[in-house]
Design a protein around this ligand. Structure first.
Ligand SMILES: Nc1ncnc2c1ncn2[C@@H]1O[C@H](COP(=O)(O)OP(=O)(O)OP(=O)(O)O)[C@@H](O)[C@H]1O
Ligand SMILES: O=C(CO)[C@H](O)[C@H](O)COP(=O)(O)O
Length: 401
């Protein structure tokens, strides 16, 4: 028979069970914590002691991912879901133009599905897709809340081919629900539903280079039209998308390299992983020595570097008035398998075994950005999300080997 639950506070119970936490309180929103008195036998001695029982009261972990169009959200998603296993696929038998991707653990929905104005409505009103007036935040909030409460939703589909809103698709609550798009943190109600908030901050030069790569080479658009489209979106991007980064827990900032003067083509990148301090669900990753300021050029005997080399930096900083720690990589790897040398100097990575980051990067080596900091930090954020998921759901995720 279960011993009665004692009326001890969770933290007091944790202390009496010998489980004091580093940050003072051991528990997270979304966990039910019970203190039970149990008979414990150890080294032949039987005694009664406080036992902590932690259960998840949360059905679904919600991840928010914000970025402008063409800034690597899909690539990030593939790296992140790869840390959970299974490959994401569109809903079986549904609308072929659905934006949703479903894998064993995660369902990823695109917030374009909450455009309240379709392409023609935007043309008539002169609003861009980035303008909050072109989004239905009430439905976005109600449906995200419903998913968090374990209820299915019927969500419209924004058809990127026709520019129209298609009839709804049914989305059942998954274990992890990812909302990715232009405005996951604009509306306070939606923002507060996110357990982890990530922002991909791509500098204008790099955004342009990536857009040209995709839209001119893969979609046949002219460089002039791509430039014009970025220019037309810029005021609304600055007004409504970019300000959301202050709410993010982790920002991946992508800038032109500083290793080659005036290099703006985006071939070599300087990537910064900005991690908020004091987030209860995980500790920031660090290089060598937590809290120190470090500059490291690992090129030499253990890491092959061709021009312009690789430079890492790590240290504390402030971001919109909040304390952060920043891990930075400028340059790119020649031989991806040598990343293991860098990995051995990183701590608090949320990897489950030595070499897991390198293994993930090698597994996904065909994805864009695999040789630079975008791939490295996207992978590290994927592992952080896995750790948050395990804590909130009280469920272990086996490493994907
Ligand atoms: N880390 C990277 N390094 C180099 N190029 C990249 C990187 N990430 C993305 N790209 C380029 O940017 C393009 C857009 O990437 P992706 O499809 O992941 O972005 P997205 O934000 O999902 O775009 P959209 O919202 O328009 O669907 C890719 O086709 C690729 O050319
Ligand atoms: O910024 C975007 C998000 O992906 C799109 O441009 C937006 O959804 C509008 O779509 P379309 O280009 O089909 O009119």
């Amino acid at each position: 028979m279960m011993a009665p639950t004692q009326a001890l506070s969770a933290d007091r119970c944790a202390r009496s069970a010998g489980l004091a936490s580093k940050s003072g309180s051991s528990f997270f929103q979304g966990q039910q914590v019970f203190c039970r008195s149990a008979v414990v036998k150890s080294c032949g001695v039987t005694r009664r002691q406080s036992v902590l029982v932690v259960r998840s009261s949360q059905n679904t972990v919600i991840i928010g991912l914000a970025a402008d169009s063409g800034c690597g959200k899909s690539t990030f998603m593939r790296r992140m879901t790869s840390c959970f296993g299974g490959s994401p696929k569109p809903p079986a038998g549904g609308n072929p133009d659905s934006n949703t991707l479903i894998s064993e653990t995660a369902t990823v929905v695109c917030l374009d599905d909450y455009h309240s104005l379709d392409r023609f409505g935007r043309k008539e009103t002169g609003l861009t897709a980035l303008d909050p007036k072109a989004q239905d935040f009430d439905t976005m909030y109600e449906q995200t809340q419903a998913i968090k409460d374990g209820k299915s939703i019927d969500k419209l589909i924004y058809n990127h081919v026709t520019g129209l809103l298609d009839p709804p698709e049914k989305i059942s609550p998954p274990k992890m629900y990812v909302i990715e798009g232009l405005h996951p943190f604009h509306d306070e109600r939606v923002r507060n539903l996110c357990d982890v908030k990530i922002y991909l901050d791509i500098s204008p030069e790099v955004k342009f280079a990536w857009k040209v790569q995709r839209d001119s080479k893969e979609r046949g658009h002219s460089v002039e039209s791509i430039e014009a489209s970025i220019k037309a979106r810029k005021p609304d991007f600055d007004a409504y998308i970019d300000p959301q980064k202050k709410y993010a827990d982790i920002i991946i900032q992508v800038l032109p390299t500083q290793l080659i003067p005036d290099e703006k083509e985006g071939k070599v990148l300087r990537v910064r992983m900005i991690q908020k301090e004091g987030v209860k669900l995980y500790d920031p990753a660090y290089l060598f020595d937590e809290g120190s300021t470090i500059s490291w050029i690992p090129c030499g005997r253990k890491l092959t570097c061709s021009f312009p080399g690789i430079k890492f930096q790590y240290g504390p900083d402030t971001y919109f008035g909040e304390e952060v720690s920043v891990l930075e990589m400028d340059g790119q790897f020649d031989k991806l398998e040598e990343l293991i040398y860098v990995e051995s100097h990183l701590s608090n990575t949320s990897a489950k075994f030595y070499g897991e980051i390198t293994q993930q990067m090698l597994k996904n080596s065909t994805f864009p950005g695999s040789k630079n900091g975008t791939g490295l930090f996207q992978t590290m954020v994927g592992l952080k999300i896995r750790e948050v998921y395990e804590k909130l759901m009280q469920k272990e995720v086996k490493p994907m080997v």
